[in-house]
Design a binder for this molecule. Structure first.
Ligand code: PLP
Length: 462
């Protein structure tokens, strides 16, 4: 491709403020410009091929470059580009609502479309407020969420997110939002069994409800597996116990399946199939279109919808692009392909191989934990396997691994000292071998750098 053209794109890109961009360094470097995509791979301006380790942002489920989805979107746009969801309906939105209602557990049959995961979670919280107002419980408004959770980037979802970096630099809502501890079994005390750790978390939740007063607590929101919190897989039965407590105190359980739905864990939705729970509300996005078009959804139980039917109140909530026909057409084709090509069966059969291969990384002295489920994984680096001290920011281990893996043609998504992976669900064994080998080399190189620079003060496991 013409060099001057590429240069001009890099210059224009400096006008673009990217998500999570470092405001200080902004404009001082060129990002990799991705020009093509195919399967699990992305190709940059020099034609260099990269394994897309995080599958975009946990969203590229059926793989890149799918022509059938492109065709479905084109066909819909040519037939009928847009009609207002406030007053009319469209074929793809209605079809998709019905397909989703069939895939969700229990009586979750009412689908509200949003533009992404943040607006799905924001809408869920707004619905919860409306619900309690309509049924005459105006005080039941408090929301319980968890440390390290990520639920989005609107004001409200930024507030229920449990990461200090997302909250501290913005003002956030504190009056009715409460954070409890996250369920990371790797970080439990050495004297505790996983079962005891789970019990502790469950008690913490129940105590928080009692402290706030059950009549004041509206909902608990949780990702079944915390994604950007570092791929945290909770102890067995943790979610079920939380769900039972929600039932006991009449608190709504919102499952944020923005990442864990649409095949990531081998099922269309994981709440019931894997964790044995039927939430009151499920939110989803990302894999619903495999990232080809922006779309989110909120699926509400019949029980709740019946209760709000009692009053003649407008929903007073909606987006111009709720159920955008082209986005819904992409989602319909995406789900059709997943079913036709038995992609969920593939995830079920290949994920043990994926995890087994990744577990080999445990042999590296700075790798403390390798965890995951389905095709999502987290590799946590620590300076000392015993004390589990994370490699701190000043050593920038995540970005060092990132730099090294990019050289080798692998994109990872470093979250400080944790590398997270969620490749396209069509990944095969050879590609897994390649990915793991590249990651192994990158972590070793980064480790040697901090050793050479005298930053690795402890030298255990050597
Ligand atoms: N919920 C979870 C679990 C997520 O991982 C994300 C994004 O990464 C979101 C919500 C927000 O989704 P979006 O970026 O589509 O708004």
């Amino acid at each position: 491709m013409d060099n001057d053209y590429i240069k001009s794109i890099h210059l224009k890109d400096k006008l673009l403020l990217h998500p999570y961009e470092n405001l200080k360094d902004r404009g001082t470097y060129d990002r990799h410009l991705m020009l093509n995509a195919d399967g699990i791979y992305l190709y940059d301006e020099n034609g260099k091929k990269y394994i897309d380790g995080p599958g975009g942002m946990w969203c590229n489920n059926i793989g890149h470059g799918n022509k059938e989805i492109a065709e479905a979107v084109k066909k819909q746009m040519e037939k009928m580009d847009y009609a207002s969801p406030f007053s009319e309906s469209t074929e793809p939105a209605a079809e998709l609502a019905s397909v989703i209602a069939d895939l969700t557990p229990g009586d979750l049959n009412t689908v509200f479309f949003t533009t992404d995961g943040s607006t799905a979670n924001d809408s869920a919280l707004r619905f919860v407020m409306l619900y309690n107002n309509i049924i005459g419980r105006p005080n039941k408004k408090h929301i319980i969420t968890r440390d390290k959770a990520y639920h989005g980037s609107t004001y409200l979802t930024g507030s229920i997110t449990g990461k200090d970096r997302e909250k501290n630099f913005f003002d956030f809502e504190k009056n009715f939002i409460h954070h409890i501890g996250n369920p990371d079994p790797y970080r439990r005390s050495s004297e505790q069994s996983e079962e005891e750790f789970c019990k502790e978390k469950v008690s913490e939740f129940e105590n928080k409800i009692i402290e706030l007063g059950p009549d004041n607590v509206a909902a608990f929101i949780a990702e079944p597996i915390m994604a950007s919190g570092g791929c945290i897989v909770p102890p067995e039965n943790y979610l079920k116990e939380f769900w039972k407590i929600c039932k006991k105190y009449d608190i709504l359980f919102i499952a944020d399946e923005v990442v864990t739905a649409f095949g990531r864990l081998g099922h269309f939705f994981s709440s019931e199939k894997i964790f044995g729970i039927t939430p009151d509300i499920i939110t989803t996005a990302k894999g619903i279109t495999s990232g080809y078009m922006p779309l989110g959804a909120l699926i509400i139980s019949d029980r709740l919808m019946e209760q709000v039917r009692k009053e003649s109140t407008l929903l007073f909530h909606g987006f111009t692009y709720s159920g955008h026909p082209a986005c819904c057409a992409a989602a319909l084709k995406n789900i059709e392909i997943m079913k036709r090509d038995k992609i969920l069966d593939h995830v079920k059969s290949i994920s043990p191989y994926f995890m087994d291969k990744l577990k080999n990384l445990n042999d590296i002295p700075i790798v403390g934990d390798v965890r995951g489920m389905g095709l999502m994984a987290g590799i946590e680096c620590v300076i000392d396997k015993e004390s589990k001290d994370p490699l701190t920011l000043d050593k920038a281990i995540g970005s060092r691994i990132d730099q090294e893996s990019l050289k080798l043609g692998l994109i990872i998504r470093p979250l400080y000292h944790i590398c997270v992976l969620s490749p396209a669900l069509i990944i095969n064994k050879n590609q897994i071998d390649d990915l793991v080998q590249k990651l192994q080399l990158s972590i070793n190189k980064a480790m040697n750098q901090i050793k050479d620079e005298g930053l690795w003060v402890k030298s255990n496991n050597e």
